[in-house]
Design a protein around this ligand. Structure first.
Ligand SMILES: *Cc1c(COP(=O)(O)O)cnc(C)c1O
Ligand code: SF4
Length: 333
């Protein structure tokens, strides 16, 4: 087991986990009793302790470690891999808002994340220009109020649950006052990487809002669904939220049908339904995670043999300029 356990870190509040996360490869590898190595990268290491504790000490190929440890492969320059593959930076009608899809609007709630995932499609995102405060929120609420087609507001980031519950409950309150908005969706990795984030304050505003709340968690591997994560998911469900999971298909992390099926079963056990399995976006520095679309099809085909239909996620990819994610059909067998 990982050190620091004896210091009672499990019971520390989520804010502690955000400020005390591991910020360098050496600490990470030492905690796992692995030989040190480090890669100079502009996207720094960030790993909260509860996530680290779910890794297997002594295993250099641990699928959770691989998601957070910078490798030399990141520095390779590969054709077709760019910094903004989705062309998002030209899609903002007002600061913080991405209105690409009908009926839904995505708001970059905060620049920060609780973990830095090496495959992240936002790793080159100019978050400094997207830092938004309460007065920006007034403008955003005004924009949403002026667009009667918007039924669902999606809080993304960064990770929206890095924001505090005082701000989030204020946002929920503002949005609930808009007639045409009925759903608030949060896309967050926090319940998985710091399950302590599902604290009484969060549960309280979710329970009280008149909006339908959807929480899309981001778990990629069955080992991420620990008992603490399962308990956190149950707290959200009891608060009235609908829980879905989105994964990214990652080479040498989860490109294995048995593991993905296991993830689906563990999610279901936690009250979470699988939603999307994303193909990797071609972002500079992530090519070593790429799984070809055809292999993704084979994996999903095998999963649909192993699982009831409701536990098979939809295989999708994002295409710049498209009005929705592209759904990738399975092999017919
Ligand atoms: C994925 C995405 C959405 C939501 O898409 P769903 O298919 O409804 O999950 C909305 N806005 C943006 C910018 C997105 O990338
Ligand atoms: S939590 Fe999400 S946005 Fe943040 S680094 Fe990981 S994948 Fe990217």
């Amino acid at each position: 087991m990982i050190p620091l356990r004896e210091h009672g870190w499990q019971s520390q509040p989520w804010q502690w986990h955000l400020s005390h996360a591991v910020r360098d490869s050496e600490t990470l590898l030492t905690a796992l009793r692995l030989p040190s190595s480090s890669v100079d990268t502009p996207f720094p290491v960030l790993v909260p302790w509860p996530y680290l504790a779910a890794m297997t000490p002594g295993d250099p190929d641990d699928p959770l470690l691989r998601q957070v440890l910078p490798l030399r492969d990141e520095l390779d320059v590969v054709g077709g891999y760019v910094t903004d593959p989705l062309d998002e930076q030209t899609k903002a009608p007002i600061k913080g808002v991405l209105h690409k899809y009908e009926g839904r609007v995505l708001v970059i709630t905060t620049a920060a994340c609780a973990i830095h995932c090496r495959y992240c499609f936002r790793r080159h995102f100019p978050y400094d220009t997207f830092r938004i405060n309460r007065s920006d929120w007034q403008d955003i609420v005004g924009y949403i109020r002026s667009k009667p087609d918007i039924r669902e507001v999606i809080l993304s980031g960064g990770d929206p649950l890095v924001a505090n519950d005082q701000l989030l409950s204020w946002i929920a309150h503002q949005l609930a006052s808009i007639d045409h908005v009925d759903t608030l969706r949060l896309h967050t990795r926090l319940p998985v990487v710091v399950p302590q984030r599902v604290c009484p304050e969060l549960v309280e505003w979710i329970s009280k809002t008149s909006l339908k709340v959807v929480v899309v968690i981001h778990a990629n591997h069955a080992n991420e669904m620990t008992q603490q994560v399962t308990d956190a998911a149950h707290r959200l469900t009891r608060a009235g939220a609908t829980l879905l999971n989105q994964s990214v298909l990652l080479k040498d992390v989860n490109d294995d049908a048995d593991n993905l099926s296991d993830l689906s079963r563990r999610l279901f056990h936690a009250g979470v339904l699988p939603y999307y399995l994303h193909l990797l976006d071609p972002v500079t520095g992530t090519h070593h995670f790429e799984v070809p679309a055809d292999d993704g099809r084979d994996l999903l085909t095998e999963m649909s043999r192993q699982l009831p239909g409701y536990l098979v996620p939809k295989l999708v990819r994002e295409l710049p300029g498209a009005g929705a994610k592209e759904s990738i059909p399975l092999n017919s067998k």
